[in-house]
Design a protein around this ligand. Structure first.
Ligand SMILES: N[C@@H](CCC(=O)N[C@@H](CS)C(=O)NCC(=O)O)C(=O)O
Length: 216
């Protein structure tokens, strides 16, 4: 497929997921930044890459394009086996996908930039109301997520056992995003412990927003 370019934005949590997965798998890539606050992802140049106008997207030199961070992570896992992002057993894979999708499907879509902008533009919400909205939807999923992680013996150092995987990637990117909206993490000691364990690892640190070339 050739060389690969990651279209992304340093602060985008879905881009952060893909950067972690690429770093864990040891895949080199060219970094193409699109400033979301300047609407660069809505320009013709990027829409010709990904008509959905969302980051991240991976584009190979043979023209293959894959968007959607969960699809990208599954693709990377299927094509580069080590280290695995999903467990070897089907129930384990289902549990990791379940934990991942609690974040990817229930929190991120309703807290995405275009949703927050719509709250302001269509409904006149101010920054305080947007912050309350963001925290509401994080807490609505972090409460059950904390309980599920705390009560299941399959939780180890990381979300599933003692090796990091897809659920940890989603968790870390979400917790990083939470910091911008002052989410109180004290009700979530297990999520916080897993975040801290991940941030000990080079792949997670290398992929962090503040370590990207477009970081502000
Ligand atoms: N489900 C998609 C979501 C992609 C997405 O919404 N990315 C955000 C950044 S985290 C974005 O491009 N937002 C631009 C906007 O809302 O206008 C994925 O997982 O990749």
């Amino acid at each position: 497929m050739g060389e690969v370019v990651l279209h992304n934005y340093f602060r985008s949590s879905t881009s952060y997921r893909v950067r972690i997965a690429l770093a864990m798998k040891g895949i080199d890539y060219r970094y193409a930044a699109h400033h979301l606050r300047h609407s660069e992802h809505r320009g013709e140049a990027y829409l010709s890459v990904n008509p959905q106008g969302l980051v991240p997207a991976l584009v190979w030199s043979d023209g293959t394009m894959i968007a959607q961070s969960m699809a990208i992570m599954e693709f990377l896992d299927e094509t580069v086996s080590e280290p695995p992002l999903l467990p070897a057993d089907a129930p384990g894979r289902a549990r990791v996908r379940m934990l991942s999708q609690m974040i990817a499907c229930e929190i991120h879509p309703v807290n995405n930039l275009r949703i927050l902008n719509a709250l302001k533009e269509r409904y006149g919400a101010d920054d305080a109301e947007v912050g309350a909205w963001f925290r509401h939807w994080v807490n609505a999923t972090f409460e059950p997520l904390e309980k599920m992680l705390a009560e299941n013996p399959q939780t180890g150092v990381f979300c599933h056992g003692d090796a990091p995987g897809m659920a940890d990637i989603c968790l870390v990117a979400q917790v990083a995003n939470n910091k911008r909206f002052d989410v109180d993490m004290t009700p979530y000691p297990v999520i916080q412990r897993i975040y801290d364990a991940c941030m000990e690892l080079e792949a997670f640190r290398k992929a962090a927003p503040m370590n990207q070339p477009d970081a502000e």
